[in-house]
Design a binder for this molecule. Structure first.
Ligand code: ADP
Ligand code: MG
Length: 377
């Protein structure tokens, strides 16, 4: 648990970056600090590991004032991830992560072994461990940054806009990965972002800051959406609020209908017979979707080639048997709206096609949820 008690930070030039902050960050949860640029998020975060000291007030970590802890020792228990990963450019990916266990006294061999495990944990392909950071994509570098932050197995993880510099698809992937990691690791995570969507997706609790370093509201994501404390919070979270509420409703149990599928490589003649309303999903040998094919397209080819497809729009997951990451109604609606055939593809844990839904189906699931009072209005 991390407690900010009347914490103020005034920089020497007179800027008040954080103004009388009182907040309790719960143990084993993800707490997100969100707000517009310059509202004091980074300053607040860095006061936790004493990279910055408050001008007044106290911060307690598990009941102990952090001023009583030696900063290097304090930081051993606090992982830190920043936007551009902050990796050592002249060390391999593996050695970047192994540095931490080496510092804490592991043998070189043990440190590298541990680094390998961590890279696997964050989903970095093993073949990349020998590369230098510059030889990785932005998203891969962020994974390494997370692996390194986890290397000392710190109970607390501070993350300052770690996913802000990568493209939206990679960001989505990294966010899912973080949620999956957290469901196994139960760290106390403080995550900074300026993106309210990211805050709502990741946070167990969300602290909305306003410029001047003042806390505007501290609540669960659904409470923030349902009961914004004031005009500022309301306009900050207000954009697309209805869509966001859809994100809280699971797509599990939504009636998924059959969808026409054809196998890649199938003769066009045969595929034509399988279309529904002029469209079919093209799948590989494992029934994973590759894209869509239309009657028009089929009339121009001999067989269903992987290069002749119309890209598929988003997918959503319905099978939550093994984990708990079924898609939301928001994912389902997006899948339907982004599909060229107006049918959103539902997939199982193995990404194999289960069936399809139309936007109408999703909206009637929403209407049911409203009737049973599951939707905050
Ligand atoms: P955020 O992370 O929310 O964008 P910061 O915590 O970085 O905000 O900054 C909060 C305010 O403090 C801003 O007005 C910023 O310009 C100011 N600030 C940050 N660092 C310094 C510094 N070292 N000296 C003076 N002002 C600073
Ligand atoms: Mg910042």
């Amino acid at each position: 648990m991390i407690e900010f008690q009347a914490v103020t930070k005034k920089y020497p030039d007179g800027t008040v970056a954080v103004d009388n902050l009182d907040i309790t960050v719960e143990e084993g949860r993800i707490t997100v600090f969100v707000g517009p640029s310059g509202c004091g998020k980074t300053t607040s975060l860095r006061m936790i590991n004493r990279m910055i000291d408050p001008t007044s007030g106290s911060i307690l970590l598990d009941g102990k004032d952090i001023r009583e802890s030696d900063p290097p020792l304090l930081r051993r228990g606090i992982g830190y991830v920043i936007q551009h990963a902050g990796l050592f450019p002249h060390r391999t990916v593996l050695d970047n992560v192994a540095t931490v266990p080496l510092l804490t006294g592991s043998s070189k061999r043990a440190a590298r072994g541990r680094a390998g495990e961590l890279l696997e944990l964050v989903g970095l392909p093993t073949g990349l461990a020998k590369r230098y950071p510059a030889q990785l994509s932005g998203g891969q570098q962020q994974r390494v940054g997370v692996a390194r932050a986890l290397a000392a197995d710190p109970p607390v993880l501070l993350m300052d806009e770690p996913f802000s510099a990568v493209d939206p698809i990679v960001r989505d992937d990294l966010q899912q990965q973080l949620l999956r990691l957290q469901s196994e690791l139960d760290k106390t995570i403080v995550f900074v972002t300026h993106d309210i969507d990211e805050a709502i997706k990741l946070g167990d609790k969300v602290a909305v800051f306003r410029v001047g370093g003042r806390l505007a509201q501290y609540d669960t994501p659904s409470a923030l959406l349902a009961k914004p404390a004031d005009e500022f919070v309301s306009s900050f979270v207000g954009r697309d609020r209805g869509y966001r509420a859809l994100g809280f409703l699971t797509a599990d149990g939504i009636p998924v209908g059959p969808v026409a599928t054809v196998k890649v490589g199938e003769p066009a003649e045969q595929a034509r017979g399988a279309l529904t309303d002029g469209w079919a999903v093209v799948v590989d040998a494992e029934n994973k979707p590759l894209g869509w094919i239309s009657a028009d397209l089929l009339s121009t080819v001999e067989q269903v080639g992987p290069d002749d497809l119309v890209s598929g729009g988003s997918l959503f997951e319905v099978d939550s048997a093994a984990g708990s990451t079924a898609g939301s109604l928001r994912n389902a609606l997006d899948a339907a709206l982004s599909s060229p055939a107006a049918v959103g593809i539902a997939v199982d844990k193995q990404s194999a096609v289960v069936g399809g839904v139309t936007a109408d189906t999703v909206l009637s699931a929403l209407a049911d949820a409203r009737r049973s009072g599951e939707v905050p209005t």
